[in-house]
Ligand binder design. Structure first.
Ligand code: CP3
Length: 347
């Protein structure tokens, strides 16, 4: 059960908790020596994500080192296509590689109903982390997550990372029916995947939509707002109370419509967004989460202090979760993260 005294759950419930709760996107990862050690032990990245003991261990590393308010499940947004049977590998230095799905046969072959069974080790990780937090860190909130259908579809169609995801966005225009079938498959798979995380002990769910900002407004409504809203409504039918964070990265002014129409409790905001504007674009009870530049965290010193204090000054008096505007970079000195935690803790 959710414990209402957890700072992060209070903020997501609409309370202006101060100093604000904090965690950092990609807080477990290669910038931490203790992560690199476990990663080497596990073999490849997928082996790590599907090894509940090791994945739980790396989830907890930043909690032990920094005392963050949120522990994010250690996994990846591409584990959903992997669990539906799309071949995936993480090649060293190249990022993720998938066997692309670009026609009716390969998209039709994806089976959302096997996703939850194949992702069983990930839910076991959630159980292990939750038990450890309940025993040793009862104020820390466990965050489950998935990629949003559009961003996951970008990788599934393209087969790898890309500057513009032209194959995926092109398919959305040239064959909206086929692209729509892929998005619907992902809505079904993602709903089941997130509900299974909630059942295993996740107390908050986050939807990462890293590439939402590449879309025109009409495409954004169709491929970001509608499917995200469907997932939120599907989850609400089964679990009416779990807070959901939506992160439509680089959405710009589309954030207002996203906030209004998807029904998420909290909006993740990227580094480019003016927090003063964001505060006027969402409802007063909707929390904001963000948006320190990961590069300011690498720089440290006065640059970090100035940026972080400006965010705190702007968000004081509002429901807010301190975070980065995108994931931690692997060259980040771990002691800069300690300095940031000290700064945010003093409000
Ligand atoms: O935040 C956390 O600490 C939780 C774990 C997490 C990872 N990826 C671990 C990871 C989360 C929430 C993600 C989300 C994710 N994955 C996104 C959305 C957020 C964003 O960054 O925009 C995306 C687009 C992915 C896809 C992905 N996974 C890419 C493009 C890469 C390669 C880039 C890289 O840094 O190597 C990954 C691999 C990945 N996911 C790593 C980690 C720690 C690095 C793998 C390694 O250890 O070698």
């Amino acid at each position: 059960m959710a414990t209402p005294s957890k700072p992060m759950l209070r903020a997501l419930g609409g309370e202006a908790v101060w100093p604000p709760p904090m965690w950092l996107m990609r807080q477990a990862g290669r910038y931490l020596p203790e992560y690199r050690e476990v990663r080497a032990q596990a073999g490849d990245f997928i082996a790590l994500c599907t090894n509940p003991e090791l994945a739980a261990e790396v989830t907890l590393q930043p909690i032990r080192r920094y005392g963050m308010d949120g522990a994010i499940l250690f996994s990846d947004i591409l584990m959903v296509p992997w669990a539906m049977g799309q071949p995936l590998r993480f090649a060293e230095g190249e990022g993720p590689q998938l066997q692309p799905v670009r026609d009716a046969a390969s998209i039709g072959a994806l089976d959302p109903s096997v996703c939850v069974a194949n992702a069983a080790p990930i839910f076991e990780t959630v159980r292990l982390v939750r038990a450890a937090l309940d025993a040793h860190a009862p104020k820390v909130t466990l965050i489950g997550f998935a990629g949003s259908p559009f961003t996951v579809a970008c990788y599934m169609v393209e087969g790898h990372g890309s500057r513009d995801f032209a194959a995926a966005r092109g398919m959305a225009y040239a064959d909206p029916q086929l692209f729509g079938t892929l998005i619907r498959t992902l809505v079904t798979a993602t709903t089941g995947y997130l509900l299974a995380q909630a059942e295993a002990g996740a107390e908050v769910l986050m939807l990462f939509d890293s590439w939402a900002g590449m879309l025109s407004p009409s495409q954004f409504r169709r491929w970001v707002i509608e499917p995200t809203g469907q997932i939120v409504r599907n989850i609400r039918k089964v679990n009416p109370t779990i807070p959901i964070i939506g992160f439509p990265r680089l959405a710009g002014p589309m954030l207002a419509e996203y906030a209004q129409r998807t029904g998420v409790q909290c909006l993740g905001v990227d580094t480019s967004m003016d927090l003063r504007w964001a505060a006027t674009a969402v409802a007063p009870h909707q929390a904001l989460q963000g948006n320190l530049d990961p590069l300011a965290l690498i720089a440290g010193g006065m640059a970090l202090e100035t940026e972080a204090r400006s965010i705190l000054g702007t968000m004081r008096g509002r429901p807010f979760v301190f975070n980065l505007g995108h994931g931690i970079e692997k060259t980040t000195p771990p002691e800069h993260v300690s300095a940031l935690v000290r700064l945010v803790r003093t409000g």
